[in-house]
Design a protein. Structure first.
Length: 528
């Protein structure tokens, strides 16, 4: 029977982040991972052929760029543990089938020059003012994004004390379409912004998505958009090196059966093979609220009932990985390759929304695609001259008419139809350039990460206003603690601030240290 200070269930990037901070605080930490590899949704593997490195889930890292984890290098990931990010100036591109292109550079002036050419001088100036507003609000928003959140009621009351706060509160309850309609005339520009927001698995017309439309341009032009050199999983590798440097351990092939609870306190984890590993000071679990009953049945029934009502995102992704003989070439020219590349054959907001409506009805829209060849930015991802394709096709988990289980029979057909759509935009995406393909359906995402990606939701749960701040995922669980089970803390994409690569385990560690009486600022000065 092993004995540690802190035991962590799940080696996704959030669990690794929380573990690294606790190890830096001097705690004896063990991370347990069911899979034969760590990283969860932030992993890069040779999925098809040796030497071709594919990001299994997350591909581009945006929201983590504002996190002090990186900004202040609190764990030494950048300075000591080998993490290196690639920051191209061309951040986000929308390409239409007729050759129209809108480029968003990190440089705002250059972006506005582009918009003036493609849309209008009026929209270019409106965009400049919009981004400046977003950048002005970022410090306030960022200050709470990577730390434990306020209770939602207190957050609303605080925001209601100023004109600026009320403005942001208004945005948080509107749709992304409301926001772009209020500020811009050009449908192309509206589609350009909204498609980027929907990468967060948000519908354009869902209430609560307006904040994304407001914040994303500010983040893009302030912090840029990037991916780790060598693939998304290099973040996880750096976190494991940090954990081990600070005296912690990470074990794979160690599936957890349940959290051990004694006298109302979490005291360890039991593995499926019966091994028990004890935790003197606390347990951190990457446990989706829908799975809480399975792992911690001692949780009070009202808490479990509310957790099981947590809403999942409206859609997921049918993801295509391709190993390519040669790098892809865009018909619009490879100078259009960006960190985020949206590929479209619709030119109006109405036409775009009709495609998203299909997702609500359980249908796949093969026109809602994005992606490209990762070797354009990072040639180290494949043998010289070869390519690694990452293709996103938005798709429902509950596939009509036969439900989620029908994905196994349908995913290749849907990937074929998406591939035909991709071929509208690339010169050399014929069968003769494809060495191999792997398709991961919404059901595959759930199978691969059953305790995080419930219903194929790579972002944990829906980012609606009622599931935000201290109410993410529920008011009971929003403080990262589990009521009725002392010493059990939660982390994962379903917790504040939301899904995607945020490095959100930092907030869990802050809460845990605060409860232990540790001074986070002393622990987390620059790494030594």
């Amino acid at each position: 029977m092993g004995q540690y200070d802190v035991v962590v269930m799940g080696a996704g990037h959030n669990g690794l982040t929380a573990a690294a901070y606790m190890a830096k605080a001097g705690k004896k930490v063990l991370v347990l991972e069911a899979k034969p590899f760590y990283g969860g949704g932030v992993s890069t593997r040779e999925l098809i052929r040796p030497g071709f490195w594919h990001d299994e889930h997350s591909n581009v890292h945006i929201m983590i760029q504002g996190n002090p984890l990186l900004r202040d290098d609190e764990l030494g990931l950048l300075s000591k543990f080998g993490l290196e990010y690639i920051y191209p100036d061309l951040v986000h591109v929308s390409i239409w089938e007729d050759g129209t292109v809108i480029r968003s550079y990190k440089d705002l002036d250059r972006t506005c020059e582009e918009l003036a050419r493609v849309t209008s001088e009026k929209d270019a100036e409106a965009y400049r003012k919009f981004v400046k507003m977003s950048q002005t609000a970022l410090p306030m928003l960022m200050s709470g994004m990577y730390s434990p959140p306020f209770p939602l009621g207190a957050f609303v009351a605080m925001m209601d004390q100023s004109d600026e706060g009320r403005f942001l509160l208004d945005l948080m309850q509107r749709t992304a379409l409301d926001i772009v309609d209020a500020y811009f005339d050009s449908d192309l520009l509206k589609v350009h912004i909204v498609r980027m927001v929907t990468e967060n698995l948000q519908m354009p017309d869902e209430l609560g998505t307006g904040m994304g439309a407001f914040v994303m341009p500010g983040i893009v032009h302030t912090f840029g958009c990037s991916m780790p050199k060598g693939g998304s999983g290099q973040l996880s590798h750096a976190l494991v090196r940090a954990i081990e440097h600070f005296g912690g351990e990470v074990r794979v092939n160690a599936p957890v059966k349940r959290v051990l609870v004694s006298s109302g306190k979490a005291v360890g984890l039991e593995l499926e093979d019966g091994e028990q590993i004890m935790a003197r000071e606390g347990v951190i679990g990457q446990i989706h609220p829908h799975k809480l009953r399975q792992f911690v049945g001692e949780t009070p029934e009202p808490v479990l009932a509310r957790a099981e009502r947590v809403t999942q995102s409206t859609f997921s992704i049918n993801l295509t990985h391709l190993a390519l003989k040669e790098q892809l070439r865009l018909k619009a020219g490879n100078d259009c390759n960006a960190m985020m590349t949206e590929l479209m054959d619709f030119y109006t907001v109405r036409d775009m929304c009709l495609e998203y409506d299909k997702l609500r009805r359980g249908e796949v829209s093969h026109r809602l695609i994005a992606g490209g060849d990762n070797t354009i930015s990072d040639p180290s991802r494949a043998p010289q001259g070869a390519g690694v394709f990452y293709g996103v096709n938005f798709a429902p988990y509950n596939l009509y008419p036969h439900g989620p289980s029908s994905w196994d029979a349908a995913k290749e057909e849907h990937a074929d139809r998406a591939l035909e759509q991709y071929r509208k935009f690339f010169v050399n995406l014929g069968d003769d350039n494809i060495l191999g393909r792997k398709v991961c359906s919404p059901l595959d995402h759930e199978r691969g990460s059953p305790n995080s990606m419930v219903e194929g939701d790579a972002h944990g749960c829906a980012p609606f206003f009622y599931q935000s701040a201290g109410h993410r995922p529920t008011a009971d669980l929003g403080s990262f603690r589990v009521p009725g089970v002392e010493g059990l803390y939660l982390t994962g994409p379903f917790m504040h601030p939301g899904g995607g690569v945020f490095g959100a385990g930092r907030a869990t560690a802050i809460q845990m240290m605060d409860d232990m009486g540790l001074d986070y600022d002393k622990v987390c000065g620059r790494a030594v």
